[in-house]
Design a protein around this ligand. Structure first.
Ligand SMILES: Nc1nc2c(c(=O)[nH]1)N[C@H]1C(S)=C(S)[C@@H](COP(=O)(O)O)O[C@H]1N2
Ligand SMILES: [Mo]
Length: 362
């Protein structure tokens, strides 16, 4: 993987127009409307006919099996409200910038995913005694790192047996839109986006660690391309704010009238519950606590709303927010570089001009 200087390349732009982020003002919705949820597709969105589609389950002790779309939908339905974030979120802030989808902060969304629990499907197929992982294969094909492939990721067997891991066929109570994995995708709360394999075609039991491209080459933290690296799994803590006031069209600098404004946003972590959110108005020098809405205990995988009342003084400010979680994780003020540009959860910075003729919305 190469890197680039300051200017965005045509290839990055091509990826950035296909794969859209969630506009940060959409942090106001507890459930992201499906069209505002971020999208990331490595190859092409496949056209799937649900009447002929089937999910193949391979390597079970009960012999191979196939589930039709109706068979998946006739199983007991379970829902989970889950915040999903791409492991590459924050990549475009890194210097030098790793060449891939150039996300800033917006590769996130929260949806209510509905579907069948994976565990009984695996149990009915017969989990082999030596199974350590389960490999999930999507229908989409492409070439990456010069290797032709179908999108494939494995997950440790114990994670697959959680009650909240789903074969999802609904997003926000509607059928999955094509770009989000129609007809059926995997949903694994807490893990970075790449885990949630879309357009599922096949599930196979594996006795050995899966060595596919998306496991061994991509989605690892490395300081050097030749390192073995550390595989990514759960989302690091992050808080984002709704940029206050009104934006400049090109630079997105914000304009705000002096006085009292409520700064609001959401925070999440795949490791542990969010324990604190703090805000800074001076670019991360000084921090003050925000108020966290505890949310519903029924939705442990959903982001948490937070807010902070600001009495804005005229001048130039850099607003920042950062989250901590109960496992001790906290967002760094400075970026941590790695070869592929993953898991950059450095604090968000929003440039705000407070002036009497500034926009009043906050
Ligand atoms: N089959 C398949 N599944 C996939 C992908 C893909 O390209 N193909 N992209 C992954 C990545 S990197 C992310 S971040 C999430 C994005 O899911 P979304 O587009 O529904 O937000 O899907 C994951 N599942
Ligand atoms: Mo991703």
């Amino acid at each position: 993987m190469g890197d680039s200087g300051d200017a965005i390349t045509r290839d990055e732009l091509q990826l950035a127009t296909r794969n859209h982020g969630m506009p940060l003002e959409a942090l106001r919705w507890p459930l992201t409307p499906a069209g505002l949820h971020y999208v990331l597709v490595h190859y092409d969105i496949p056209l799937v006919d649900e009447r002929t589609w089937a999910l193949e389950i391979d390597g079970g002790t009960a012999g191979g099996s196939r589930l039709s779309f109706d068979e998946v939908r006739s199983r007991e339905r379970q829902t989970v409200v889950m915040t999903m974030e791409c492991a590459g979120n924050g990549r475009a802030f890194l210097e030098p910038r790793p060449l891939s989808q150039p996300w800033l902060s917006e590769a996130v969304g929260t949806a209510r995913w509905g579907g069948a629990i994976l565990r009984p499907v695996l149990e009915e197929a017969g989990i082999p005694d030596d199974a350590r992982e389960v490999v999930f294969t999507g229908l989409d094909r492409g070439v990456e790192g010069e290797i032709p492939q179908q999108y494939q990721r494995s997950l440790p067997l114990d994670e697959c047996l959680r009650d909240d891991v789903l074969l999802a066929y609904e997003m926000n109570d509607s059928p999955l839109p094509p770009q989000h994995g129609f007809p059926v995708r995997l949903i694994v709360p807490g893990w970075y986006g790449m885990t949630n394999v879309k357009w599922l075609a096949k599930i196979s039991f594996a006795a050995e660690p899966f060595a596919g491209y998306q496991q061994e080459t991509a989605y690892r933290l490395r300081q050097d391309p030749d390192e073995e690296g550390v595989p990514l799994s759960r989302m690091l803590p992050r808080a984002l704010m709704v940029p206050p006031g009104v934006p400049d069209f090109m630079t997105r600098r914000r304009f705000l009238a002096p006085g009292r404004h409520t700064i609001e946003g959401r925070a999440w972590s795949g490791e542990a519950e969010i324990s604190a959110v703090e805000v800074s108005i001076d670019g991360g020098e000084h921090w003050v606590p925000a108020t966290i809405d505890r949310g519903s205990p029924d939705d442990p995988w959903a982001w948490r709303a937070w807010s902070w009342d600001w009495t804005a003084e005229p001048g130039e400010h850099t607003l920042c927010c950062r989250a901590r979680d109960a496992s001790g994780g906290i967002q760094p003020v400075d970026e941590r570089w790695n070869v592929h540009g993953y898991a950059n959860n450095a604090v968000q910075r929003v440039a705000v001009t407070v002036q009497p003729e500034g926009g009043n919305g906050s």
